[in-house]
Design a protein around this ligand. Structure first.
Ligand code: SF4
Ligand code: SF4
Length: 413
């Protein structure tokens, strides 16, 4: 059995063997006999629409003494909750902003968080008892800006379809889930998800260092709806180090949602961990439920989602008929598509919503399908970005190898 200290020493002297989860799974699929002696660290990750995300921001609004207490505050039109510290007469307000708070149908907390991290100017409107104040700030003006999540790395997602003939408005669809059983919406990064790879929690504990949206953070405990069979985590990190491509807003038929990502480096101390790291998409069940009743109708696996080629969309401008209004751009939940400039890979979650929207098939990908009670149902929306999560695993691997990411938060086990 190795220790964390020994792994850190191997990283320092350049002898550590570090794999991303995708690299490790490739070895397993090739039949390699890997033991704890052969691997020191595996980097895992997840990226997708995650409702349980919020920010705590300390925002300068006016000079000290200009108002007594802000009663209501909006950032770029997104309603915020002033408090918990009232900051009387300081001209400063501490705010909690939910990632799912809406400024309108197309802009919400997730969009705001990305705009802050990108360094854009943010419009502030504060209402005090006798006046309202408007100003602008950037992240450089915020003395404190952190994001915390209440359900990160959710391990057991459910795929949803609609068994009824009437379209259902839901956060699991961009335009509403069509029925009966016309389409299925899926989430979850399967075999590279951190908690799938450490179900016994040998490595992931309170205080474990992680990357939240690319920024160094910490696990602070269990998530709000965590159970032994459906675990998830609470995590916090500074917004200053976050990378925009791993976060943002996502439009749904029930309003804007928030994209969040999490990277966890798992130090491999013994063969029990290696056994857990061998889990593959085809072994991870994915329940498929009716969105109306949440009744589980069938069980697929994550291989149905991720073990297919061409899951990234490709744009063929030569097939574009230049419609008067581009339906693909209109439906894109992240604002990643423009028929002139194509797909912005730093914004695209590879959700595949644009495929069906374009009447001329100018966008193409292996959209995949799931069998539900014998019937083949096309996957029309993926609310997790497996390629982005794999990129995050690669970033984390480089950080570990460069000794920019340490395990000291977890201590020696
Ligand atoms: S919907 Fe398709 S064909 Fe029409 S403008 Fe958009 S990309 Fe071109
Ligand atoms: S797959 Fe299409 S709709 Fe989805 S984010 Fe990318 S460009 Fe937008």
């Amino acid at each position: 059995m190795k220790t964390i200290r020994e792994i850190d020493a191997k990283i320092r002297n350049g002898s550590a063997v570090v794999y991303t989860a995708a690299e490790f799974k490739r070895l397993v699929r090739e039949g390699a006999e890997v033991t704890a002696a052969d691997v020191d660290v595996v980097t895992t990750g997840t990226c997708g629409v995650m409702s349980g995300t919020a920010a705590i921001l300390s925002v300068p609004v006016a000079a000290p003494g200009e108002f007594e207490r802000a009663e209501r505050v909006w950032l770029n039109g997104v309603p915020c909750m002033p408090g918990p510290c009232p900051n009387e007469r300081l001209g400063l307000v501490d705010l909690i902003v939910s990632g799912t708070a809406h400024a309108g149908a197309g802009y919400g907390g997730g969009h705001l968080f990305r705009d802050i991290v990108e360094g854009r100017e943010i419009e502030v409107l504060a209402e005090a008892a006798d006046r309202s104040i408007e100003t602008r700030v950037t992240i450089d003006d915020l003395a404190y800006a952190r994001i915390f999540t209440t359900r990160s790395a959710y391990k057991n997602y459910t795929a949803y379809l609609n068994t009824r003939p009437t379209r259902v408005t839901t956060i699991f669809s961009v335009t509403g889930l069509e029925g009966p059983c016309r389409e299925v919406s899926v989430s979850g990064c399967g075999e590279i998800n951190p908690l799938e790879n450490d179900p016994a929690r040998f490595a992931i504990r309170d205080g474990t260092p992680v990357l939240l949206n690319g920024s160094a953070g910490l696990v602070t405990g269990e998530g709000t709806r965590s159970t032994p069979s459906r675990p998830n985590l609470t995590v916090i990190a500074d917004m200053a180090g976050m990378q925009p491509r791993y976060m943002g807003g996502f439009k749904t038929s029930a309003g804007p949602e928030c994209i969040t990502s999490l990277g966890v480096a798992i130090p491999v101390l013994d063969d029990r961990q290696v056994a857990a790291l061998r889990v593959l998409d085809e072994e991870i069940p994915l329940p498929v439920a009716d969105i109306n009743t949440r009744t589980v109708l069938d069980t697929a696996t994550y291989a149905d989602l991720w073990q297919r080629p061409d899951r990234e969309p490709t744009y063929h401008p030569e097939w574009c008929e230049e419609c008067s209004a581009c339906a693909a751009a209109a439906i894109c939940p992240t604002g990643a598509f423009d028929r002139e400039t194509g797909i912005d890979r730093d914004r695209c979650l590879a959700c595949t919503a644009c495929l069906a929207a374009c009447p001329n098939d100018a966008l193409e990908a292996g959209e995949g399908s799931i069998r539900v009670r014998g019937r083949k149902v096309p996957i029309t929306l993926r609310q997790s970005g497996r390629t982005l999560a794999e990129d995050l695993c690669r970033d984390l691997k480089e950080m570990v190898l460069d000794f920019r990411f340490t395990f000291t938060g977890g201590g020696e086990r």
